[in-house]
Each structure stands twice: as structure tokens, then as C-alpha cells.
Unconditional design. Structure first.
Length: 675
């Protein structure tokens, strides 16, 4: 059983351990709580004690003698062993030889917060991943703890539901709050106070709760502690984009490991925290990677309190009077519905290194702050004249209607994210003189081509070797000069408003020379995707939008050896029948067809050997899903959103056929259907 602290792993294990059927079924049962700093001899004594075999003399025995005694007591018996709160894979290496494997249908149950530990010891996947309680389950548990039954007085019901919502499905929080309210005066006024201060109340009434939660933090490696505490800089219940979090960590200066790119290091740290169940997955991308994440409010409170002790960051809804003037790495976060008299003081401070504003408009730091490293502005930003003075700026994220040419003087800028109101942003030619750029995300941006104005020979125009992301570029001119200057680009999004003429103004064929490109989004407003359509073999994700596709184009797409995700959105198929061929789409795992018109699709099970998800959206002029789809052994789901009756019927038919053949692994998910 694996899950975050307080989610109920031990409670569930005890329920199984004490279940009357389990007691009758297993001849011997034993329980040991391991914890982080375990001692094998103490574990042995605990197991023998729970079996009723412990004697006073055993406390004086060596570990070797205790091991023999335990092994002998378990031999040729059907036993259940529970190892609670395991923290290290080494522990399993130390103890697994203690349990005889004699085909007696014995079982060992382990609880842990760490997914790598669970995977290491687990011999019969999948893992049992603990989930948060649903609203109804949370309410039942709350009423049981407060009232001893499922009845709640009507005058307290609405407030009680609000309290339960704040617990966010974490059993530990519900039990602690329920225990408090069961002994307290049942007045609306007091319950309202508790509803507004759930996290504060929990930590104040139960020191053990803080210990349980903080234990996960205290045993983190030093490089992960900072990354974990940084999560508290986001507001409560905030959906954090994983890609943005990684970029922020890089901008704040995570430690370089060997020759690995900083983003790869940050992603490894992120996944490590996910596997430790400190970061919770909220939404996944089509390629299976994490799109957004969250942390539980109680965990966030731990981050905030520990971060302020370590002076990692400060929130404006907390006291700032303790800030020392000599601090040079101060990070400030402005949250919604907060206001501080110190705001102006903070913004004018020369010591502020990071400013994240998630709420209202706040004047940006002026010239006095030249050490600003990160600026995230939820709202619109008017660039001040002093923007060129922010020479240490690494990360800039805001809404703006223009990009001042002086921004090119920010030679340390790594990430720039600007969101305009559906109008093109024009970049200065000096963009080619910013060597540290790693991620440029500008909706509807015009990227200048150095060769078009005769400066390709200018020595100050650099190769942007660090550039990995470029989005969304309008009428991108893929000239040889441009391609050579962005050799390490991994993600590219292009929009073309005009069709490429025979002269090759856009030079789309040159995209194939981007040898490290992994994700490409290509938008063509009603035009074909080009006469010489070609893509680099490194491509893993391809999205084609609003263009025209021919049979030869699909042959080219199908031949991409590493393609895992394919999205065809509002793309016109200029053919009525499509026949896929063997050897195509060998690595494809996810395929989305949106608003596609196709009368006949002929396919064989061998054509998509790794397909896991097939999705249709707004396909009202699509024939039907071939029956052969059901024979793809890896297919897990067919997802339909707003499709015509023939698509729905054929999807259900595929599902029925698969069930008839004895397989229930395929899910057919239907939403927004009127049929």
C-alpha cells in the first residue's frame, strides 16, 4: 500500500489484519512498525511479540538466534506479515530472507510513502495506491467521529460540509477535526471558526499530526528539501503546471548534476517528489506525463512554515517585519485576496530576488531592484523604462501587449512567457543575441529571420544553443540560417496564415533538420501542409490543426519511428477511404481525431502494436470504428466526445466483441452524446 502521510495506509492495513476472515484464514499473523531509523533486532522482537511467541529470554538473544526462531515459527504455516511504514529498499533486502517461501499461500503486506520502495518489494503488481476519500465518504467519516452515527443536526450540516471540504479527502484531517468537534460546544459560531481555520486548528490540537507530516520532509535529501518547500509559494488549491514549476526551479538555480541539462535534473527532482507522494498528480498529458499537480493544504502549510524558518520565501498575508536587511535571496509571493502595508516596501527593496504575483496588479520593481531573478505577474504588466536594469532576470511571465526592444539587454533571461490579446507580438532582431534563452512562449509571435535583413554575418548574432521551446510562431520562416541557430529545439509550435508558394517562402521542408525536435504543433488555416512534407525522426508528438491532408501525407506521418502522440484537429482528409499499412505507427500510444470526415477506415491489428488510447471529438461525419481495433492487445480505452451515432454504435460493438472474446480491459468512455 502506497500513499501520502495521513491517507490511511496503516488504518486500512489494520482493518485487513484484524478482519475475522483473515484471522481464520491465516494460521499465523505478525505485525511490525518499521519507521525510518529501523533496527532489525527490534523488528524481530516486534514480529515475535505480535505472534505471541516472545519471552523474556529473547531480549537477550542475538539477531541470528531471533532470525532462526522466527523462521522456525513461520515454516510450513500459512502466515500474514504486515510491515508498516517502510522507508528504504535496503530494509527489504535485510529482512526478506526471514520469511520462508514454501508455497503455503502466505502473504506479506507493506505500507510505505515511497513508490520506489513499493515497486522494489512488490512481487505481484499493480500496487495498491491509496486515494483520497470522496465527498460522501468524507462526510460519513466526519459524522461518525463527531456524532457517533451518520446524523448531523440541520443547523450544522452546511457548515459541517464546508469543514469536510477543507479537509480535501485526507482521513487524518477528518479524524482530527471530528475528534475535536465531538468534545466541543456544538454552536454555529464555533463551527464557523473551525471552517475558516481548518489547517490551523488541526496543527494546534494534535502535535502528532505535525510530526507525521513533517517526517516526510525531514528525511528528504538536501537537494529535494528546497524544491519541496518551494511548493508553498503557490496559493492554496492552485493547479501548478509541472512544466512551469520545472522552469521556475531552473531559474532559481538548482544544482547542476554532471553534464545533464538543468531541465532534466529538475524533472528528475519533480518525479522523485511525486514518487514520495509529497506532490499529487492532478492531470496528465496525452503522452502520460504529468500536466498539472497540487499539494494538500496541510502539506502546503508545512512548506510555508518551514520555508519561513529557513527564509526561503515570504507570503504577503503573513508578517514581514522579521525580514533582515542583509538577506540577498528573498522570494515574495502575493496571493489572491491579500493586502499588505509592506507591499511597496518589498517591491522597492534591493534584496527581493523573486516576485510571484497571483492576484491583483502590483507595481513592478523599479531601478532600485537590479537583483530580480524571477518575475511572475498574473495580470497585465506595463514594462517600465528600467526593464533593461534587471540584468539578473532569469524568468519572466506576464500579460503584455508589446515587447520592448530593451528586453534583449537581459542577457541572463532563460524563460519568457508573454500572453497578448490575440494580436501578433514582434520580436526585435536582438532576440538572436540572447544566448541564455531556453524557453520562449509567446502567443502569436513574429520571429525575425536574420538572413532576411542581411545580418547573418554579424558576429554578435549567436547560435541559441540553449533554446528548447519556441511557441507560437506566426509564418515561421524555416530558412537554413534560422534552423542552424536553434539546433537544440525540442518543442516548436507554428501557425501559418498564408499558404506557401512555389518559391518556398516559409521553407517548411527545413523542419526536418531540427534533429532534436520532440514536439511539433502545426496550424494551417485551410491550406495543405506542404508539397514536401517531412519531419525529423526524433519527433514524439505531432499536432496538425486546420490543414489539408492527403494519403501521401499520412504515409509520411505513419513512418515516423518515434511518434507516440498524434493529434489531428479539424484537419480535412482529402480522401474517402484510408487503408493503414503494416510497419506504420509502430510507437503510437495516443491518437486524437477531432472533427474528421472519413467514410471508410481499413485497419489491421498489427498496424498499431502499441496503441493505448484512441479518442474522437466532434466527429459527426465519420463512418465507423473498424472492428479490427478490438484486436489491438495494448488498447485500453476508446474516448468519444460529441460524435455521431455510427461512431458511438461501432465503439460499443467493438467493446461487446472484446468482452465476447473474454477480455474486459477495454473502456469505452462517452461524453456529450445526444444519441
Amino acid at each position: 500500500m502506497v500513499g501520502m502521510s495521513g491517507i490511511g495506509k496503516t488504518t486500512l492495513a489494520k482493518q485487513v489484519y484484524q478482519d475475522p476472515y483473515i484471522v481464520r484464514h491465516f494460521q499465523t499473523r505478525a505485525w511490525a512498525t518499521v519507521s525510518h531509523n529501523y533496527n532489525v533486532q527490534e523488528i524481530l522482537l516486534s514480529l515475535l511479540n505480535s505472534m505471541g511467541e516472545l519471552t523474556c529470554k529473547m531480549h537477550e538473544m542475538t539477531s541470528e538466534l531471533l532470525e532462526k526462531r522466527l523462521y522456525r515459527n513461520l515454516s510450513y504455516r500459512r502466515y500474514l506479515i504486515v510491515l508498516d511504514d517502510v522507508w528504504d529498499t535496503k530494509f527489504w533486502d535485510d529482512v526478506k530472507q526471514l520469511f520462508p517461501n514454501e508455497n503455503t499461500f502466505s502473504r506479506i503486506m507493506m505500507t510505505t510513502r515511497l513508490e520506489n520502495v513499493a515497486n522494489y518489494a512488490n512481487s505481484c503488481p499493480p500496487l495498491h495506491r491509496m486515494r483520497f476519500l470522496s465527498d460522501s465518504e468524507s462526510w460519513i467519516l466526519f459524522c461518525e467521529k463527531v456524532f457517533g452515527n451518520y446524523y448531523c443536526p440541520l443547523n450544522l450540516k452546511e457548515i459541517g460540509e464546508k469543514i469536510v471540504q477543507h479537509c480535501q479527502g485526507l482521513p487524518l484531517a477528518i479524524v482530527l477535526i471530528g475528534g475535536l468537534l465531538s468534545k466541543a460546544t456544538r454552536t454555529e459560531h464555533y463551527w464557523e471558526y473551525v471552517a475558516e481555520n481548518v489547517s490551523l486548528v488541526i496543527t494546534s490540537i494534535d502535535e502528532q499530526c505535525s510530526k507525521i507530516l513533517s517526517l516526510s520532509y525531514k528525511h528528504l535529501p538536501s537537494h529535494l528539501k528546497w524544491c519541496f518547500l518551494y511548493m508553498g509559494i503557490f496559493p492554496e488549491d492552485y493547479n501548478i503546471y509541472a512544466s512551469k514549476l520545472v522552469k521556475l526551479w531552473v531559474a532559481q538555480g538548482i544544482e547542476l548534476v554532471g553534464s545533464k541539462p538543468l531541465e532534466d535534473v529538475a524533472e528528475e527532482y519533480f518525479m522523485d517528489l511525486v514518487e514520495r507522494n509529497l506532490i499529487l498528480i492532478h492531470e496528465k498529458r496525452s503522452n502520460g506525463k504529468i500536466k498539472t499537480c497540487k499539494i494538500h493544504d496541510l502539506v502546503r502549510d508545512l512548506c510555508v512554515s518551514e520555508a519561513e524558518k529557513e527564509n526561503i520565501f515570504h507570503l504577503t498575508n503573513r508578517s514581514l517585519h522579521g525580514i533582515q536587511e542583509g538577506i540577498s535571496m528573498l522570494r515574495v509571493s502575493i496571493h489572491p485576496n491579500t493586502k499588505s502595508r509592506d507591499d511597496e516596501k518589498i517591491l522597492s527593496s534591493p534584496h527581493v530576488r523573486s516576485l510571484l504575483n497571483f492576484d491583483r496588479y502590483v507595481p513592478v520593481p523599479k531601478k532600485s531592484n537590479t537583483l530580480l531573478r524571477v518575475l511572475h505577474q498574473q495580470g497585465r504588466l506595463e514594462f517600465p523604462n528600467e526593464v533593461a536594469e534587471w540584468v539578473d532576470l532569469r524568468y519572466l511571465d506576464c500579460i503584455s501587449m508589446h515587447i520592448p526592444s530593451s528586453i534583449s539587454k537581459l542577457q541572463n533571461l532563460q524563460t519568457i512567457i508573454l500572453r497578448p490579446d490575440m494580436r501578433p507580438l514582434y520580436l526585435s532582431l536582438d532576440i538572436w543575441k540572447m544566448p541564455q534563452l531556453r524557453h520562449v512562449l509567446l502567443e502569436y509571435v513574429i520571429l525575425p529571420d536574420p538572413s532576411s535583413v542581411g545580418i547573418e554575418g554579424d558576429r554578435s548574432v549567436l547560435v541559441l544553443e540553449n533554446l528548447q521551446t519556441l511557441s507560437l510562431v506566426m509564418n515561421f520562416q524555416c530558412t537554413e540560417v534560422v534552423i542552424k541557430r536553434i539546433p537544440n529545439i525540442k518543442k516548436l509550435e507554428i501557425l501559418y496564415e498564408v499558404e506557401e508558394m512555389d518559391g518556398g517562402y516559409h521553407c517548411q521542408k527545413n523542419v526536418v533538420h531540427l534533429r532534436k525536435l520532440e514536439s511539433l504543433k502545426w496550424i494551417k488555416f485551410g491550406f495543405s501542409f506542404g508539397r514536401n512534407l517531412s519531419f525529423p525522426t526524433s519527433l514524439k508528438k505531432l499536432t496538425l490543426v486546420d490543414g489539408r491532408l492527403y494519403v501521401k501525407d499520412m504515409l509520411i506521418v505513419g513512418s515516423l519511428p518515434n511518434l507516440q502522440v498524434l493529434k489531428l484537429r479539424r484537419t480535412a482528409f482529402f480522401f474517402r477511404e484510408w487503408i493503414t499499412n503494416a510497419g506504420e505507427f509502430l510507437q503510437l500510444k495516443y491518437w486524437l481525431l477531432e472533427n474528421i470526415a472519413l467514410e471508410h477506415w481499413r485497419v489491421d491489428r498489427t498496424h498499431f502494436p502499441n496503441l493505448e488510447r484512441l479518442a474522437f471529438e466532434d466527429c459527426y461525419n465519420f463512418g465507423e470504428i473498424p472492428n479490427e481495433i478490438r484486436e489491438i492487445p495494448t488498447l485500453r480505452s476508446i474516448e468519444l466526445n460529441g460524435c455521431c451515432g455510427s461512431v458511438l454504435t461501432s465503439a460499443r460493438h467493438v467493446k461487446m466483441k472484446q468482452q465476447f472474446l473474454g477480455s474486459n480491459g477495454l473502456q469505452v468512455l462517452i461524453v456529450n452524446s445526444t444519441y
